[in-house]
Design a protein around this ligand. Structure first.
Ligand code: FE2
Ligand code: FE2
Length: 268
């Protein structure tokens, strides 16, 4: 049972709104990309290892739960303008990710239109649910999730980007977006650390020590899909610790001692 939160005062809400406006302004100026125009779609490699296309499909499926991500998270933050507007903006960016991955699978002839329609249907048959009935724990979870997602895309790009210019560009755009999302939510968590350190630390400890990638739980054959990701060296417990937890703690000004909990870290 998590300890109750101190209600957010208008000063905290104003800080969060400013964080969002800065994020939005920078996104508009530096980070917008065009799905049709900015990716070399004529340079899709149909000969790419099918194991890579399978991972792209897994990532696409996780992105496709977008209606649930928005529908479940928005009510938790409805009275908080900065967090609500961020979810709207974030949802737009995430919607591009699944479209770009979908179009790459089609363009490279790794999947047919029919297979992709079946993929959509199989995703929508399931439903993503909030992991925590607590808006602060949710934002801490989103922070870790975004940073881990960025690491997944970046590592996939490292192993596959050189073999397919179109996929390389897709993964570059997507991982930059994910890095921006992770940065926003980390700064948001920093604001909450200033406001209520004990409650925020409690949630950071809980989330970091029990984190798992959504593919594991969401998808019909999630265990196998996670095993494939691990086999390719894209993500595993060690990568989670070294490329997600360690830099994140440093950026939040925390140490391992701050998150020491009863459960060992396991993500895959
Ligand atoms: Fe995404
Ligand atoms: Fe994201």
């Amino acid at each position: 049972m998590l300890t109750a939160l101190t209600p957010e005062d208008p000063r905290t809400q104003a800080k969060i709104w400013k964080l969002y406006r800065d994020y939005f302004d920078v996104s508009e100026r530096k980070r917008r990309w065009n799905l049709r125009e900015d990716i070399p779609w004529d340079q899709c490699n149909p000969g790419l290892d099918p194991a890579i296309a399978d991972v792209v499909e897994t990532f696409c499926m996780v992105e496709l739960f977008l209606p649930d991500y928005l529908a479940k998270q928005l009510p938790q933050v409805r009275g908080n303008k900065g967090r609500s507007w961020m979810l709207a903006s974030w949802g737009y960016e995430e919607s591009k990710h699944s479209m770009a991955l979908n179009d790459w699978m089609l363009g490279g002839k790794h999947r047919t239109e029919r297979q992709l329609n079946e993929m959509d249907t199989s995703v929508f048959e399931r439903e993503w649910g909030l992991k925590y009935d607590d808006p602060l724990a949710s934002v801490v979870y989103t922070m870790v999730q975004e940073i881990a997602t960025r690491v997944n895309y970046r590592n996939l790009r490292k192993i596959a980007g050189g073999q397919c210019p179109a996929l390389d560009q897709v993964l570059e755009f997507v991982q930059i977006d994910e890095a921006a999302h992770g940065g926003f939510f980390r700064q948001l968590v920093s604001i909450y650390l200033e406001e209520d350190r004990a409650a925020t630390l409690e949630r950071i400890r809980l989330v970091i020590n029990t984190f798992s990638m959504p593919a594991d739980l969401l998808l019909a054959n999630g265990r196998q899909r996670m095993a494939d990701i691990v086999a390719l060296g894209i993500f595993d417990d060690r990568i989670y610790l070294n490329e997600v937890v360690t830099p994140l703690l440093a950026q939040l000004g925390l140490t391992r001692a701050d998150i020491r909990g009863p459960r060992a870290i396991r993500v895959a």
